[in-house]
Design a protein around this ligand. Structure first.
Ligand SMILES: *[C@@H]1O[C@H](CO)[C@@H](O)[C@H](O)[C@H]1NC(C)=O
Ligand SMILES: *[C@@H]1O[C@H](CO)[C@@H](O)[C@H](O)[C@H]1NC(C)=O
Ligand SMILES: *[C@@H]1O[C@H](CO)[C@@H](O)[C@H](O)[C@H]1NC(C)=O
Length: 340
């Protein structure tokens, strides 16, 4: 009986896996094109496109309109489009994300009651372990002769390895140049461009290279300072005054890239006291990946100083008015997050 059951159940199970896999393979741009071609999907999708809030217009949609929007989303819920995903750094990422949030805007609200990330967790770049190890050995060999301090300063070592890899070097040079260049109207830099190039670096360079620069191990402040400076905080992170974290969150939600990176961070770095490594998703590597995804958005995190691993956003909860708890919640995603 067991065997018979197994023989019947197994193909069903495989079939489910297969169809599930099939549903998740679409990226949202492909899914959108398929939807256009299917009248019932197209109709609901067009309704949803018109439901999109510009700022808080959502609140001003009439009851009837809201009902219609909600219904359209329910119809799409049954379509494979609902499961579409995007990849960080993909071509037309912003378009892809726009489709995702169009389809997901009504049944889910805000960022913290959705454990839904638009990103599928895969990246177009491989991790680069073998290359990193090969180049790291080479660098150690060269510097042994020159008696450098790169052994004691692992952040320096990581930077040296980066500079012998063509891709790492070129993307790093690019963001450093942008983030240190005074802008035309003599502001400290063009932050928007700096952020864009930082995202390009973390989205395009194999993570062995980029993450070792950012998460290098330090025993003294010189090393710690180098680590803190990795993302050129003067341009990418700090401002004259710390804004309220709630304002930061607000501007993040209005930007599809930031909103998506934050949803991804929230999904993968959610703290759970029950799990072994502190992460709800039990996957710290995924959490670190999501963390680097936030660098180059309104919610860019960084080390708070050169003598600890403490991380934070550049914002404050002082004077956060009627919502001190919501504000602390945002800060605590970084400051007291054991998963991270
Ligand atoms: C999809 O719907 C819109 C609006 O209802 C319509 O203008 C468009 O022609 C439709 N697209 C296709 C491919 O049918
Ligand atoms: C979605 O599919 C489920 C199950 O097949 C069905 O019960 C439900 O009515 C469908 N919803 C819509 C809005 O079509
Ligand atoms: C470490 O940070 C402090 C405070 O910002 C600064 O004064 C000091 O120069 C830094 N140390 C190094 C080695 O850069």
């Amino acid at each position: 009986l067991f065997l018979v059951t197994a023989f019947i159940a197994l193909p069903c199970y495989l079939f489910l896996l297969w169809t599930d896999g099939l549903l998740t393979t679409y990226n949202c741009i492909e899914a959108e094109n398929l939807c256009y071609a299917e009248p019932s999907c197209n109709t609901s999708y067009q309704i949803l496109v018109n439901c999109q809030p510009s700022d808080n217009r959502l609140l001003h949609l009439g009851r009837e309109a809201r009902r219609e929007c909600k219904h359209a989303e329910q119809v799409l819920h049954n379509n494979s489009m609902y499961k579409c995903k995007c990849q960080r750094g993909m071509k037309s990422e912003e378009h892809c994300l726009k489709v995702f949030w169009t389809v997901h805007s009504f049944l889910t609200h805000g960022y913290d009651d959705v454990l839904a990330s638009p990103y599928d967790g895969s990246t177009s770049v491989h991790s680069g372990t073998a290359e990193y190890n090969r180049l790291a050995a080479l660098v150690s060999e060269v510097f042994k002769k020159g008696k450098s301090d790169s052994e004691s300063n692992r952040c320096l070592h990581a930077a040296q390895v980066c500079s012998v890899d063509e891709r790492c070097l070129s993307f790093r040079t690019e963001y450093v140049a942008t983030c240190t260049k005074r802008s035309a109207n003599n502001e400290i830099c063009n932050r928007r461009k700096c952020h864009k190039n930082l995202r390009r670096f973390f989205d395009s360079v194999p993570k062995q290279f980029s993450q070792r620069l950012l998460f290098c191990f330090c025993q003294d402040v010189t090393c710690g300072e180098r680590r803190r400076q990795t993302i050129v905080p003067k341009c990418s992170f700090e401002e004259e005054e710390k804004p309220s974290c709630l304002n930061l969150l607000d501007s993040c939600r209005k930007d599809n890239i930031c909103r998506s990176r934050l949803a991804d961070f929230h999904k993968n770095c959610q703290y759970s006291p029950k799990s072994v490594n502190g992460c709800l998703e039990e996957n710290r590597a995924a959490c670190l990946m999501s963390y680097t995804g936030l660098i180059g958005t309104a919610m860019t995190p960084n080390y708070v100083s050169n003598c600890s691993l403490e991380l934070s956003l550049w914002c404050t909860c002082e004077g956060s008015g009627n919502f001190p708890e919501e504000c602390e919640k945002i800060l605590n995603l970084f400051t007291n997050n054991i998963c991270l």
